[in-house]
Write a protein that binds this ligand. Structure first.
Ligand SMILES: Nc1ncnc2c1ncn2[C@@H]1O[C@H](COP(=O)(O)OP(=O)(O)OP(=O)(O)O)[C@@H](O)[C@H]1O
Length: 233
């Protein structure tokens, strides 16, 4: 589903340049649930932004579902993003003056889906995340966990192949974090490919594979069941 080869990215700062990704290689198969870990500044968000087609690498290649992602004009990039990718953010990024239902329906509006159909689809995803009863509520009438559920329903509404989650539990307490990860696991069990950026080890342990970044390089890439097997020895 995702193939990354020798990816490099630097940021220019005046006459200096900061080399953030220094040759990243990794593949994600369809249906995987992968966490990307690493300390602050290791390049996690930079990598996620490139995977999300919000930024481009300086060199190397990125292939998404067989399509090379390079030099796309913004219109085509936006079409690919809508078709392939759903985003979940730490701060939920819900529109404050729209109801939960309208927030979930918004990506469908941009895809040109008719209003009645948009509402039906959005409602079915709110049901899926357990929030049908809250459909008419504004984001500030919801708890953090409920807001993240709405954001997950919104990410799913356009039926993307891959979900990209940037610190999805970063603003939540421990119990709510585990509930949101349970939901993410359930969505993955249905076959959806999911990448989760997190700096929390407990959260990464709830995925199936942990990729560790350090100073712009992958220093470890391990299946969680192997870690469990080793810790049981
Ligand atoms: N747009 C930018 N311009 C200049 N430097 C940037 C930019 N974005 C990120 N950086 C720098 O690149 C490095 C990697 O940042 P990045 O946000 O990818 O790390 P991260 O692992 O996600 O960190 P955190 O866990 O703190 O979010 C940092 O030193 C950061 O200051």
């Amino acid at each position: 589903m995702i193939e990354i080869k020798d990816l490099h990215k630097s940021y220019k700062m005046g006459s200096n340049s900061l080399h953030v990704l220094k040759g990243i290689n990794f593949n994600v198969q369809e249906g995987e649930l992968v966490s990307i870990m690493g300390s602050s500044g290791s390049g996690k968000s930079t990598l996620l932004n490139i995977l999300g087609m919000l930024d481009e690498a300086d060199s190397g290649s990125y292939t998404l579902d067989g399509l090379p992602i390079k030099n796309l004009n913004e219109k085509i990039a936006a079409r690919y993003r809508n078709k392939f990718l759903g985003f979940i953010f730490q701060s939920f990024n819900l529109i404050s003056y729209k109801s939960a239902l309208d927030n979930v329906a918004l990506p469908l509006y941009y895809q040109g889906v008719k209003r009645n159909e948009r509402i039906d689809i959005a409602m079915s995803y709110l049901e899926k995340v357990g929030l049908a009863k809250w459909s008419g509520h504004l984001p500030n009438e919801l708890s953090g966990g409920q807001k993240q559920r709405v954001a997950i329903a919104r990410a799913l509404a356009s039926n993307p192949k891959v979900l990209l989650a940037d610190e999805p539990t970063g603003a939540l307490d421990t119990k709510t974090s585990y509930e949101v990860m349970d939901l993410i696991q359930g969505i993955n069990d249905e076959g959806r490919t999911i990448l989760v950026v997190t700096h929390e080890h407990d959260i990464a342990q709830m995925t199936k594979r942990i990729v560790n970044l350090k100073d712009g390089l992958i220093i470890d890439d391990t299946r969680v069941d192997q870690i469990r097997a080793l810790s049981n020895v």
